[in-house]
Design a protein around this ligand. Sequence first.
Ligand code: NAD
Length: 252
Amino acid sequence: MTKIILSGAFGRMGRAVTAAAIERGDIAIAAGIDPVGGAAEFSLYAGPEAIPAECAADAIIDFSHHTALPELLAFAIARNLPIVVATTGHDEQELAAMHAAAKKIPVFYSRNMSLGINLLIDLCRRASLALGTGFDVEIIERHHNRKLDAPSGTALMLADAIAETREETEYVYDRHTVRRQRDPSEIGIHAVRGGTIVGEHEVMFAGRDEVITLSHSAASREVFATGALAAAHWLPGKPAGLYAMQDLIKEL
Ligand SMILES: NC(=O)c1ccc[n+]([C@@H]2O[C@H](COP(=O)([O-])OP(=O)(O)OC[C@H]3O[C@@H](n4cnc5c(N)ncnc54)[C@H](O)[C@@H]3O)[C@@H](O)[C@H]2O)c1
C-alpha cells in the first residue's frame, strides 16, 4: 500500500484524488494538508510542519495553491519524501525552488496530469515539426469560472512543446492591446472562463487555405486525479531528479 500526504486535501482536486485512491485500493491517504478544516477519513493538518514525525508516508501529492510550494518542498526534503507537484501558476522563484529540490529528492511535475493531454503535447510537437512556420499557431483553452490562473498551465505546456521545435517564438496573450499584423513567430494563447467546464484545449495550426486543429476535452477531474496517483505510485524509489508524465508513459 502506497501512503500519500495530500496537500490541498479539501479542494476540488483533493477530493477527486481521495475518491480515486479509494477506487484504486492500493493507495491510502495517510494525512491531508489544508488550511480549510472539515471532516475527513484521514488526519488533517493546517500546514506540513504540523504533521507528526511518526506519520509514515511514501510520497506527497500537491493540488493546493502555488504559494504552498516552498514550505512543502522544505518538508519533503526534511522527510526525504518524493513529491508530485500538480498545482499550477508558480512564479519564477517557486519554480527555481522546485528545480533546487529536485537535486535532493524525486520531484514529479506536470501542469496537466492527464495521459490524453500528454499525448496531445506530443502530437502538437510532431505537427509543428511537420508543418513548419508557414502555419500560424493559436491555442485556446476553456475552464470553469472558478479557475484562478490564466492562461492554464496546460496551454503553456502546449506552447512550450511547440516553441521547442521552432527557432524563434513569441507568446501573445492580449491581442487587444496591440495594433499590428500577426508575426509568424507568434503563438497566440487565449483563455476562456465559464460555467463548470473541466478543461478544454484546442491547438490550431492555420496555414494558407487549410487549418489543422488538435484538441482535448476533459469530462471530469478524475483524469487528473488518476494521473497524479499513478505518478505517486511510480515515484518512490527513483533517484533525485525532476520527472514528468513523459517519463512515466515511457515505462507503461
Ligand atoms: N496538474 C493538473 O493536472 C491539474 C489539474 C487540475 C487542477 N490543477 C491545479 O491544482 C490546484 C488546485 O486546484 P483545485 O481546482 O482543486 O482548487 P481548489 O481551490 O478547489 O482547491 C485548493 C485547495 O487548496 C487549499 N489550500 C490553499 N492554500 C493551501 C496551502 N498553503 N496548503 C495546503 N492547502 C492549501 C485550499 O484551502 C483548497 O481546499 C490549482 O493550482 C489548479 O490549477 C492541476
